[in-house]
Design a protein around this ligand. Structure first.
Ligand code: FDA
Length: 390
């Protein structure tokens, strides 16, 4: 085989690893991708009716404070000056998110100063006895932000996200709830933030565009009818695997829990549906958790003025055939994860990476940073044949 490195999965982890291996070690890299396009979940497509860029697997906002990551991604795309802000509709009223002084004053119809608001929330939070705080997610949440704010902004949304009543969720899944005592409603606080100027697909394609990188789409690593499947490759060529960890081991230690999202995408015959890119819905009787309106990600673009694309999001637990989006991470999941990590240690010349391969939620900048550092520490020295590398 005239390939020095095989990478399973063309998401940001796989593409970053491929690019470094091709450029730094001059390696010939083959990427196997089971979808019909590259880029993993960061991929976006153009809606054929409106020309509006739609984030195919849910809204993706790029942000980072990691200078190396920022420099790396800027080789392949420039970024717009988009700044992400989120609003939420609760009981027929729209509030700014994350919960901040503006939200608090609007909610209580008040004009509290930061210290007054802090004292109010602390007194409401103190209504839960210390001993009860760890009983469940609800008691913990109330002990952090008080009952009124918890009920309005966290309880319904959490119940919908987890399809579980917060009283039945463990307290351990929450350590803090975001509340700001300023009017700052900027969603991210990283040094750099923006959206790829020509869209995600163009960015991701430029990353893959290198003479040493070959990509095979529509190719499943576990499909034994194609030549680049697991049993044909493992141990014979260095491999980076970014698919689901439990799938690699045929679920032999059990299935790792994931949540997935169903998207209901619709073209609306109006120029502007909701006036902003993301609107959360906190009420339990609204089945979706939020609505995205994609035109607002690119106000600088010349999109049609009489049509817009929206997507409603519905969150649920993932089955084996669903797209795995967010790790559930129960105690049982963590036990299985440790068992899979033990198995992974014995796989010859295989590195498990990315969010699916490590069973960790990673933002895009984290997936890129992880690929850069694991290339430096493991894959690079191996490909360059340095002593001690394995
Ligand atoms: P990713 O999942 O992107 O790529 C893995 C690839 O492996 C996929 O292309 C898959 O098809 C392929 N694959 C799997 N099994 C295979 C097999 N058997 N054979 C061949 N190929 C296989 N981040 C952020 O910074 N800002 C944001 O706003 C968001 N928003 C967001 C929303 C939603 C709904 C999700 C789920 C995630 C985000 N993210 C995000 C996170 C972002 O998507 C994440 O950081 C990257 O997807 C990580 O890239 P990976 O390469 O690790 O995985």
């Amino acid at each position: 085989m005239d390939t020095d490195l095989v990478i399973v999965g063309s998401g940001l982890f796989g593409l970053t690893m491929a690019r470094r291996a091709a450029e730094d070690a001059g390696a010939r890299v083959l990427i196997i991708e089971k979808r019909s396009h590259i880029g993993g979940n960061a991929y976006s497509h153009t809606d054929p009716e409106t020309g509006i860029e739609v984030h195919t697997y849910g809204a993706h906002l790029f942000h980072t404070s990691n200078e190396r990551v920022w420099e790396f991604v800027n080789r392949f795309t420039s970024f717009t000056n988009y700044v992400h802000r989120v609003y939420t509709t609760v009981d027929g009223v729209v509030y700014p998110m994350p919960v901040n002084l503006g939200t608090i004053n609007q909610f209580f119809s008040a004009a509290y100063s930061p210290d007054e608001a802090r004292a109010l929330i602390a007194s409401q939070a103190a209504e839960i006895d210390e001993g009860r705080a760890d009983e469940n997610f609800r008691t913990k949440g109330i002990s952090l932000v008080g009952e009124p704010l918890f009920r309005a902004f966290f309880e319904g949304y959490t119940a919908k996200q987890w399809q579980t009543d917060p009283e039945d969720l463990p307290a351990s899944i929450v350590s803090r709830l975001p509340v700001r005592y300023t009017y700052d409603n900027r969603y991210f606080s990283d040094t750099w933030e923006g959206l790829p100027t020509d869209g995600y697909a163009a960015w991701l394609e430029r990353m893959a565009d290198h003479p040493n990188i070959t990509i095979m789409c529509d190719t499943d690593f576990f499909d034994e009818s194609q030549p680049y499947h697991r049993d044909a490759l493992v141990g014979k060529v260095p491999l980076v695997y970014t698919g689901p960890l439990d799938r690699y081991f045929d679920y032999s230690r059990g299935e790792l829990g994931w949540r997935t999202i169903d998207f209901e995408t619709e073209v609306k015959p109006v120029g502007d549906f909701q006036g902003t890119s993301v609107m959360n819905y906190g009420d339990r009787d609204v089945a979706y958790t939020r609505i995205h309106e994609f035109r607002h990600f690119h106000p600088e673009r010349d999109y049609p003025r009489d049509k817009t694309v929206i997507a409603r999001e519905y969150s649920r637990f993932a089955g084996r055939d669903d797209e795995p989006y967010y790790p559930v991470n129960t105690d049982a999941d963590r036990e299985k994860l440790l068992a899979y990590r033990e198995l992974a240690k014995d796989e010859p010349k295989v590195l498990f990476g990315g969010r699916l391969g490590t069973y960790k939620y990673l933002d895009m900048h984290m997936a890129i940073a992880s690929a850069l550092s694991r290339y430096d520490a493991i894959v690079g020295p191996y490909l360059r044949g340095e002593d001690g590398a394995q």
